[in-house]
Design a protein around this ligand. Structure first.
Ligand code: HEC
Length: 186
């Protein structure tokens, strides 16, 4: 019985070795042609049908990707002012929301604005970046939520946009946290 197994193993080994192609550029035998040669359309391959000339089609006008949240303000001064007047934080200032906002603040903002919100972030103390305004100066204390939101969305001056890092909800949470810290100084 053992001998049989051994002989079997030898044949198996020979079989396995023999199945290696001699030419390394040869892909070997194709057992499943329908997988090797895809029947599916390639995204950018030409397609004579339709208006696009290729398989990839433009989405119909005014569609948005799943999960995308449009922002109905252009990046200009008048829309900045309008955002300041119109945008209202949809979230409640609950302990959880503020705690989450603090977490996001510490990840994305504290590096410049400082964990104390005084504009003395690590990057500033290393003299790599001019100090951003303290959240406790008159201007920042009176900055409407909508303008804060707008500036987080588009960035302002040397501050970049955080639109791709923070969802709208997360931004509102950061604002709740900033406001809660500012309220302590009022
Ligand atoms: C790279 C450094 C840096 C980071 C990181 C940063 N900021 Fe700023 N921020 C600045 C600077 C500089 C200004 C002043 C911009 C100006 O007025 O020219 C500023 C201004 C602001 C303002 C005032 C905007 C206005 O409308 O006048 C707010 C609010 C603000 N930051 C919030 C945040 C929040 C929230 C985060 C994190 C999501 C953040 N910042 C991350 C540097 C930074």
């Amino acid at each position: 019985m053992l001998k049989l197994i051994k002989t079997g193993m030898v044949f198996l080994m020979i079989g396995l070795l023999a199945s290696c192609a001699k030419d390394p550029k040869h892909p070997g035998y194709i057992y499943t042609p329908d997988m090797t040669y895809s029947q599916a359309y390639e995204t950018y391959a030409p397609n004579p049908y339709g208006d696009y000339g290729s398989n990839a089609m433009q989405p119909p006008a005014h569609t948005i990707p799943r999960g995308f949240q449009p922002f109905h303000y252009e990046n200009n001064i008048s829309d900045y002012a309008r955002a300041g007047e119109e945008l209202v934080n949809p979230l409640e200032a609950t302990k959880e929301n503020i705690a989450e906002g603090k977490n996001f603040y510490e990840i994305y903002c504290a590096i410049c604005h400082g964990t104390e919100l005084d504009g003395n972030g690590r990057i500033v103390s290393l003299e790599k970046f001019p100090p951003p305004p303290s959240f406790f100066n008159d201007y920042m204390m009176n900055l409407p939520d909508g303008k804060k939101f707008f500036s987080i969305h588009y960035g302002k001056g040397l501050m970049g946009s955080y639109a791709s890092q923070l969802t709208k909800e997360e931004r509102w949470k950061v604002i709740l946290y900033i406001n809660s810290m500012q309220a302590e100084k009022k």
